[in-house]
Design a protein around this ligand. Structure first.
Ligand code: COA
Length: 380
């Protein structure tokens, strides 16, 4: 049975900053951000434009025109949830009025959480436990580091929603072929009650590469080293994908095998759990017609750490399916803001645990305000 990604949709914050302008404001050579890190633009989430709102919008888009009665599972991968107990998935389930009979939960392990959801959904369907039903997996996060820190240019925000089905129109996952690698390390973490992440950036690069070596070897052993046309890597910043690729394969293959997956990421920044899948969406948007019936590799890394190298077979219907995500329109709908406006937005962010968010579900004219910490969460 073929199981995998049938549809993808993304939701982005409505504002972004230009990286050359940010570098100039920090007194840094812009080439460090554009060439050194590979960043062009960075998404900026406003107060109220939170993980739930981004996830709900992405799900609304991926389900457009589809029969919701076929859904059996909703998983949100996130490391920037809005409550210690109530999952983001529960808010999304309520906001979109999805079927009561669904299994609904979040998965967390830094940037790996989305892949945990993808694997849970694929294995649920492939095992037969889903009884023909489909799953939605959403990766939704807001990456925040302090103003003026080394991590500042590697922020971003956004959500990627994927419909997981039998006979998928985008790509069938090679279930059981994954190589995995984990270790108890402190490369990146966010203590309870703290909004900004702590990161030992250079150490995180080292942990990522060590995990990749082991996970890639595991995937090769299980699949016999199937031929890969492209590889999408987890992208905390675009240059990381180059470092990763050159760590396992000849550097001369980077432009062909990896660069096409980075164009979209370079215009959004790090979206943690969704970064790998944003890269996949960008790759397919650019090259799906050429990739039909070809196999691609995917490497998911979550600090802390755990990781998975897996592969997927691109469907001949992928081009038609990715066109429905209208990625160009989603990007074009954003507004560029100045560094001063970005700083005002960062300073205006609500303290953690405050009550409300805005879910711009469908369109701004239909925006709904939802309440996070009342006994019975509801929309208004
Ligand atoms: N022109 C061109 N390139 C330049 C440059 C210039 N003027 N100045 C610096 N660079 C290059 C450096 O050579 C380096 O490239 P390299 O790694 O290929 O050698 C790159 O820009 C970054 O410079 P560096 O001095 O290493 O930057 P930094 O110490 O400010 O930190 C990160 C960079 C990525 C470590 C930091 O932004 C960070 O911690 N980000 C968070 C990472 C993360 O999220 N990790 C967790 C998930 S894996």
């Amino acid at each position: 049975m073929l199981v995998g990604i049938d549809a993808i949709a993304i939701a982005l914050p409505r504002r972004y900053v230009d990286m050359e302008e940010l570098a100039a404001a920090r007194g840094i050579d812009p080439a460090k951000y554009t060439l050194g890190l590979g960043a062009r633009e960075m998404a900026v989430a406003e107060p109220g434009e939170d993980t739930v709102a981004l996830a709900a919008n992405a799900v609304e888009r991926v389900l457009a025109g589809r029969d919701r009665r076929d859904l059996g599972m909703l998983v949100v991968g996130t490391e920037t949830g809005v409550d210690h107990s109530k999952p983001v998935a529960s808010f999304v389930h309520g906001l979109l009025e999805l079927p009561r009979t669904m299994r609904v939960f979040d998965t967390q392990h830094a940037c790996y959480g989305g892949t945990a959801g993808v694997m849970a959904a694929c294995e649920w369907i492939a095992s037969g436990a889903g009884r023909g039903r489909s799953a939605i997996v959403v990766c939704s996060d807001i990456a925040r580091y302090g103003i003026g820190t080394a991590g500042e240019p590697t922020q971003g925000a956004g959500a990627v929603a994927m419909l997981i089905t039998e006979d998928p129109a985008i790509a069938a996952i090679d279930i059981g072929g994954s190589g995995t690698a984990s270790a108890h390390v402190h490369d990146f973490w966010r203590p309870l009650g703290q909004r900004e992440a702590e990161v030992d950036g250079h150490y995180s690069v080292q942990c990522y590469l060590e995990a990749l070596t082991l996970a890639y070897a595991g995937w090769r052993e299980k699949t016999g080293g199937a031929e890969l046309a492209r590889i999408c890597y987890h992208v905390p910043f675009c240059k990381m994908a180059k470092k990763a690729h050159e760590h396992i394969l000849p550097a001369s293959t980077f432009e062909t095998m990896v660069a096409p997956s980075l164009a979209l990421c370079s215009r959004v920044g790090n979206i943690y759990t969704g970064s790998l899948y944003l890269g996949l969406a960008g790759l397919l948007d650019a090259q799906s017609a050429d990739l039909a019936n070809q196999r691609i590799g995917l490497f998911s890394y979550g600090s802390g750490c755990t990781s998975e190298f897996f592969s997927a077979l691109v469907s001949p219907r992928a081009h038609e399916a990715i066109c429905r995500a209208h990625l160009g329109e989603v990007l074009a709908a954003r507004t560029r803001i100045s560094v001063a406006e970005y700083e005002r937005i960062v300073e205006a962010r609500e303290p953690l645990g405050t009550a409300t968010g805005f879910a711009y579900v469908g369109s701004e004219s239909k925006q709904r305000r939802y309440v996070r910490n009342e006994r019975s969460a509801h929309t208004r």
